[in-house]
Ligand binder design. Structure first.
Ligand code: 3Y8
Ligand code: NAP
Length: 249
């Protein structure tokens, strides 16, 4: 009986989990444990790190995992690199389920920056009202540009208030709506949006809202990840699961 490990935390992972549960596949969805209450899933869930590459390698062996689907967020670079290494060591087939990067369309005023540090550097200059739609983990990097008023959005209420001297904090989890994000930007007088090129639909609302309002966006490029077999549709992953053994890969 194949035992499928889905590395989750994204809209795509949840969509795959629904299909695997409906088919009765033996699968587990894994969360890092980054938020207090991860979304309920129709599959058994494990929460927490594996303990680096060695921990993940041991997990694959102990749980006799037959397939790994890396459906983590494009910016979750470490777990993705660990999955490539652990699957190669144990000889477990691995594919990713991820979404294409967003592409600018008419009306978009995007400036691409390579990473978080480049986004911080790009904010040098006179005070602005910035929607920092990056979540919680990278907020302190923007202390280097304290002159702006920041609108922050976290999944969970923080234990301590963010250190940014001028900020408003919204506690909310996506998927978000374009109308909701447009209202939020107008209410806070936002004149610049900073976000990751996450792709997908769950985080796209702010780009649609910024386009509608004619606001500039500082878009952070994805980290470079190891070469893997990449799928963007759940159907492709299900077909791979059903046939990968035949291909002996
Ligand atoms: C713990 C598990 C699903 C998955 C839903 C997607 C969409 C909504 C939009 C904004 C951007 C941001 C953030 C975001 C979105 C989806 C998806 C996505 C962005 C949950 C979840 C976990 C996390 C972790 C969390 C990070 C944070 C990033 C907030 C669940 C809700 C900003 C990414 O407090 C923290 O430590 C939060 C950390 C990693 C990035 C950061 O630096 O703060 N996601 N988000 C996962 C785990 O433990 O393994 O669903 O409860 C999942 C989702 N968040 O099934 O419907 O598919 O991307 N998540 C970004 O894109 O920039 C919000 O505010 O506009
Ligand atoms: P990361 O930086 O790539 O990983 C850091 C460590 O967290 C990993 O080494 C691993 O710990 C643990 N980890 C990460 N994802 C895991 C998973 N799905 N299951 C078990 N352990 C996991 O990851 P991240 O960027 O912090 O993302 C964490 C989670 O949030 C992922 O599920 C990701 O899909 C989700 N997410 C992230 C973002 C984002 O912007 N980064 C956005 C939306 C959702 P060990 O080394 O101990 O195994």
């Amino acid at each position: 009986m194949p035992s499928i490990l889905v590395l989750g935390g994204t809209t795509e992972a949840s969509a795959l989990a629904v299909r695997l549960a409906a088919r009765g596949d033996a699968a587990v969805l894994s969360y890092a444990g980054r938020v207090a209450t991860p979304k309920a899933q129709p599959l058994p869930v494990r929460v927490g790190g594996f303990g680096g590459v060695d921990g993940l390698t041991a997990y694959l062996r102990t749980h006799r995992v037959s397939h790994v689907v890396d459906a983590t967020h494009p910016f979750a670079a470490r777990i993705s690199a660990n999955a490539v290494a652990a699957c190669a060591t144990v000889g477990v087939p691995l594919v990713t389920l991820t979404r294409p990067a967003w592409q600018a369309v008419a009306g978009d005023r995007w400036t691409h920056v390579a990473d978080i540090d480049a986004a911080v550097a790009a904010l040098a200059g006179p005070p602005r009202r910035v929607m920092l739609a990056l979540g919680r983990m990278h907020v302190d990097a923007f202390l280097a540009q304290p002159q702006h008023h920041y609108l922050l959005r976290f999944v969970d209420a923080p234990d301590a208030p963010p250190a940014l001297p001028q900020h408003d904090l919204v506690v909310d989890r996506g998927p978000f709506t374009a109308e909701g994000d447009r209202r939020l930007m107008v209410a806070h007088g936002i004149d610049l949006v900073v976000c990751k090129n996450a792709g997908g639909s769950g985080a796209e609302a702010k780009l649609i809202a910024a386009r509608a309002l004619g606001l500039p966006v500082l878009l952070i490029d994805r980290p470079v990840l190891p070469v893997r077999t990449e799928y963007s549709r759940v159907e492709e992953v299900l077909d791979w699961i059903d046939h990968v053994a035949d291909r002996g890969v």
